[in-house]
Write a protein that binds this ligand. Structure first.
Ligand code: SF4
Length: 362
């Protein structure tokens, strides 16, 4: 079935938000090399394929989350050895932000592991956002579910981006999480968009879902009223003590297929390799870049689990002829785009609800 034409006119067609499940499934089912060829072609229409956005993720508040996300080592109910920490003070956050700026970051992302922030927490986070903004950095946060009023307050404080992932397909969601509904996720994303913020939203694969269910995740992401600006695709990191420890590993080619299909469905979004990258071979990462991934998390830790260390990433970039994306549109010219997430976020401490799981599955 010819789903995406190779005709450049069609490849550069307007963004779609009406993908059927059958269309998404047909893309995922394409012969592997054909799928990669199409994804790589679309990638080149919108991005320099030699550039990869580099984001840094730091955790300052982890563990103790009351939610039950089956993949997450920060859920209090699972015994994973992750200790809960308190939210950093604004002063410490700003010190970190200054250091990040000095290191070339243009964007600073703050995360707290809340199911949703209490209204009394909003002024504290707003102070952090205002402080980071005053340093000349873009701001990003992941705080769990937001009400419309909270989203508006964060926007007024200067928040540019909000991370909140869908995790998985609607029909598979209740096999992974029982303490909130899929619709809750969609509602928060709507509040974020309505407040005028940009979204970062993706999911996790390798949790035992079928290819059809991966199609369901991608279809839902692509059919959101606005494509997320960033689409983190996580590969489950199995953590001992969580219900998903021992899950049959996803075929790496299935992961690449997911990346390629995300690129085809959301051609102008940053498709981000997130959790699970540490366990990927250099060859697998190269295939992901070929398939249209153009963003990575960078640094030694991705919240509570490891991430390929900086030297390995630099060596891989050199071997592949890739370079860090210089700050694009919203960021300051001449600096490397970097998201710094301060706070536990995804793995949440006091209330769970990390905003998404770009890293929850790490
Ligand atoms: S921290 Fe996030 S991913 Fe982890 S259990 Fe809480 S809500 Fe779920």
């Amino acid at each position: 079935m010819q789903v995406v034409s190779e005709n450049p006119t069609v490849l550069s067609a307007p963004l779609r938000h009406d993908w059927s499940r059958a269309e998404v499934r047909a893309l995922l089912d394409l012969p592997f090399t054909e799928l990669l060829h199409r994804a790589a072609s679309v990638h080149r229409l919108h991005f320099d394929p030699a550039e990869v956005q580099v984001s840094t993720l730091l955790s300052v508040k982890t563990g103790g989350c009351p939610e039950d996300c089956a993949y997450c080592p920060q859920a209090q109910r699972y015994h994973t050895g992750v200790d809960a920490t308190k939210l950093m003070s604004t002063e410490v956050v700003l010190e970190k932000a200054k250091a990040a700026k000095a290191a070339g970051a243009s964007r600073f992302c703050m995360g707290a592991a809340w199911r949703s922030p209490a209204d009394r927490d909003i002024p504290k986070v707003a102070a952090m956002i205002q402080g980071v903004k005053a340093l000349g950095l873009e701001t990003c946060a992941t705080l769990g579910m937001l009400s419309g009023t909270q989203a508006q307050a964060l926007r007024e404080a200067g928040l540019d981006y909000y991370n909140h992932n869908l995790d998985t397909a609607p029909e598979f969601y209740n096999q992974i999480i029982h303490t909130r509904e899929f619709q809750d996720r969609l509602d928060t994303l709507a509040h974020v968009r309505d407040a005028g913020m940009k979204t970062c939203c993706g999911g996790i694969v390798g949790m035992g879902e079928s290819r059809e269910q991966r199609a369901g995740l991608l279809q839902t992401l692509a059919n959101l009223p606005a494509h997320p600006d960033s689409v983190p695709i996580n590969r489950l990191v199995q953590v001992e003590g969580t219900p998903l420890a021992g899950t049959t590993e996803l075929d790496p080619f299935e992961f690449v297929r997911t990346i390629a299909t995300a690129r085809l469905l959301m051609p102008q979004s940053m498709v981000r390799l997130s959790a699970g990258r540490e366990a990927m071979s250099d060859e697998l990462q190269a295939l992901c870049f070929l398939a249209g991934a153009n963003s990575i998390f960078y640094g030694e830790k991705l919240l509570t689990t490891g991430n390929p260390d900086t030297e390995r990433d630099l060596a891989l970039f050199a071997r592949l002829g890739l370079r860090p994306m210089q700050v694009a549109v919203e960021a300051k010219a001449g600096t490397v785009h970097a998201d710094i997430i301060e706070g536990s976020n995804q793995y949440g401490a006091d209330a769970g609800g990390c905003g998404g799981n770009c890293t929850c599955a790490a």
